[in-house]
Design a protein around this ligand. Sequence first.
Ligand code: NAP
Length: 429
Amino acid sequence: MSKSPLRLGIAGLGHVGSEVARIIETQGAHLSRRGGRDIVVTAVSARDKNKQRSCKLAGVAWVNNPVELAAHKDVDVVVELIGGSEGVARDLATAALKASKPFITANKALLAHHGVELASLSEKHNVALYCEAAVAGGIPVIKTLRESLAGNAVKEIYGILNGTCNYILTTMRETGRAFADVLADAQRLGYAEADPTFDIDGMDAAHKLAILSSLAFSSPVDLSALAVSGIRNISLADIHFAEELGFRIKLLGVSRQTEKGLMQRVSPYMVPLTEQLAHVEGALNAVFIEGSAVGPLTLIGRGAGAAATASSVLGDIIDAANGGAPPAFGVSVANMKAIKSLPDSDSIGAFYVRLMVADEPGVLADMAAILRDARISIQSLLQKGRNEAGPVAVVFITHDSNEKAMADALAKLGKMPSVLEAPCVIRIL
Ligand SMILES: NC(=O)c1ccc[n+]([C@@H]2O[C@H](COP(=O)([O-])OP(=O)(O)OC[C@H]3O[C@@H](n4cnc5c(N)ncnc54)[C@H](OP(=O)(O)O)[C@@H]3O)[C@@H](O)[C@H]2O)c1
């Protein structure tokens, strides 16, 4: 190779960092050919120098404070695989970009909170910011949006962006086990973190959707514009009713351009069984994009895991070796345009509603009156069994309805004396 080697400083040697270093050690010849120069790890940093790692790191310098990698004389490119929106990850990103060193990260939290600030720094210092692994692990969705689909106006983008939630929902459906039971199992198998809040309450998917929305709609990354809810309240009953009605429940991130603004939401959705995404199961991720020229496009693959995520990081490393990069979010910060959010009062969609009601005369008529007054019409209705001793489930699917009208009607339905539990409502994709 005529060019000098590309020297990497890797911060974080956990699942992803160790795998990236291991692949560089074992597949150097292939990577060098793709990058047009040798690619070597020259310095690393993590918390514990003595921890056993799956990579060898022979002759590699150890740095106690990861932020020092930015100024390290033998580091050309900084790869951040620590995580977290603040602290060392943010400090390192800032220091690397200010030092005009290309910065590669898999850190969605960092980009969701500080994406615009970091993109500005990368432009100011004329240095690349790469983040393919930050969304959907091994699925190359960032480059797809930023480069391959650059000629399209994106109409909508939605997807299964959290493998832990998809694993839990799939396993509940397949095994008939309850949410808490399956979550405990997922933690034991390593699919879910010890503190699963970020995953199951939708924030991990929200970080990813905020990044995708920016790329899709050339707008600033704006996490605060997203409505976020998770899967904690999804019951086996809803999963079974969904199947009966021709749907499968998925936690989706949805970003859709409408005439009245951009709708951005992470929430459980009833996905029709006729849709490809309904059949993306287990820990897999999927992203659907509707582009003006390309039409519908679906990407499916591993959204997490050391090897799949390393695949995306390595793609970025090879890009850095070849040099040059488009703006991190597809357009320069100056060309980003904030898009007005779609107010709930203008948001239209169909809903699945499950009410647990006392099995007594007149309940359906009272419910129908509330829905009629809210101008919500029912497409189909199921009432299951008779149970004079306890509640019975009444399930209905609405025609397209106004989001605010639905929320108001649900509040009234929830206050009916014969409704014995808080109503469960799930949007229909
Ligand atoms: N795992 C995945 O499947 C996946 C998928 C997509 C994106 N990502 C992203 O990739 C990044 C890394 O994830 P991971 O799963 O590899 O995490 P991880 O296994 O928890 O590894 C984190 C690494 O960071 C090091 N670290 C933590 N705090 C540090 C500090 N203050 N100073 C120095 N080093 C510190 C740890 O050091 P020690 O090893 O010494 O404790 C560890 O090596 C995160 O941003 C994550 O969101 C991960």
